[in-house]
Design a protein around this ligand. Structure first.
Ligand code: GFB
Length: 324
């Protein structure tokens, strides 16, 4: 139990499809996309646990799980996540739950001989007024956006933990920082979700009811970059196979839209014909959050799914699953 792979060279992830891979958080937006991708690639030995089967905030349970299962690879997609309102309303949950999950999983993965671990964070780790597009080295250069600083601090701690274990133990832990994600299995909660699923649901329900207007939060002027979660899953597999560096890596689409443009696009895809009403009492959050993903592009990976195609795909998933 004392760091079996202290000086292990980085293994090739894609060379052994029978390797035991633990995808933490496999029922969420990100984890479910990673599972789909790994299954499509022919991985046969995925280790998956629901929240009811394994509570990752409980250190003893996480250690027992790793001792019994001994996975070879870990993709850490389990997290307490939410949109601007949820982050602002539940700061204690966002910092505590995320610190607990990631600390337990990263430490147990190292101590029980995992060869490689990938930790997933978020673009909100960067300062509110970071240079745009945001390069990886903008981390910790300025104050954070107040609506999500609790979540951001937890995610920054996760990056630093991976770096510390790499430095002290020569252990292959890497971090990927995705931009704002969307796709199948997203959370469509009216208040606590992110903007894209929130608007999709609101426009859909307004269309079904024949309502004339839909309320959208903020001023509509903030810029956001969106990445379809299937592109992220592809990037995660790429990083597991090809990246073993100390620095975290941005994973974005490189394309940004204003919230107003996004709202118009979602409205069109859903087919709602009424008007938008802006509720400026709701926070805008960070004014702009475009990541510089040139490092990952330089390594040979680029995303493929356009925002329009991704929205059509997500809406068709929503329609099939709306009753659940
Ligand atoms: O997606 P969202 O909650 O996340 O909000 P952030 C993005 C923008 O959409 C904000 C506006 O300017 C919101 O005011 N917006 C408009 C809405 N209508 C809505 C709505 O109905 N629901 C929501 N949620 N927003 C989150 C962070 O920030 O991004 C997280 O809080 C995480 O920590 C995540 O980093 C990726 O991009 O502002």
């Amino acid at each position: 139990m004392s760091g079996a792979n202290k000086n292990a060279a980085s293994p090739s992830f894609l060379s052994d499809k029978s390797a035991k891979v633990f995808v933490a958080g496999h029922r969420g937006l990100v984890g479910s996309a990673i599972v789909r991708k790994l299954q499509a690639l022919g991985f046969t030995n995925l280790v998956l646990r629901t929240h009811a089967e394994l509570d990752l905030t409980r250190q003893a349970d996480v250690e027992s799980f790793f001792a019994a299962e001994k996975p070879q690879f870990v993709i850490l997609a389990a997290a307490k996540v939410g949109g601007i309102h949820a982050n602002n309303t539940y700061p204690a949950d966002f910092i505590a739950v995320n610190l607990q999950i990631q600390t337990n999983v990263i430490d147990a993965a190292y101590r029980f001989g995992v060869k490689k671990l990938l930790f997933l964070g978020s673009s909100c780790i960067y300062p509110k007024f970071a240079p745009q597009p945001i390069p990886e080295n903008a981390l910790l250069t300025g104050p954070l956006e107040p609506t999500n600083e609790w979540y951001a601090i937890a995610k920054i701690a996760g990056i630093k933990m991976c770096q510390a274990y790499r430095i002290q133990y020569s252990w292959d832990a890497i971090s990927g920082m995705p931009t704002n994600l969307y796709g199948p299995h997203d959370n469509f909660h009216p208040e606590n979700s992110h903007v894209l699923p929130a608007l999709m649901r609101r426009f859909h329900e307004a269309k079904v009811k024949g309502a004339e207007e839909v309320v959208v939060w903020g001023t509509g002027s903030p810029l956001r970059e969106f990445l379809h979660v299937d592109d992220l899953a592809d990037g995660v597999v790429f990083m597991m196979d090809s990246y073993s560096g100390l620095e975290h890596v941005n994973v974005g689409s490189g394309k940004e839209v204003t919230i107003k443009e996004l709202a118009e696009l979602v409205k069109e895809v859903v087919g709602f014909e009424g008007r938008l009403v802006w509720d400026s009492t709701k926070p805008d959050g960070t004014p702009r959050k475009l990541m510089d993903s040139s490092k990952l592009a330089g390594l040979g990976w680029t995303p493929k799914i356009s925002l329009k195609d991704g929205l059509v795909d997500t809406y068709s998933w929503y329609l099939e699953n709306v009753k659940q």
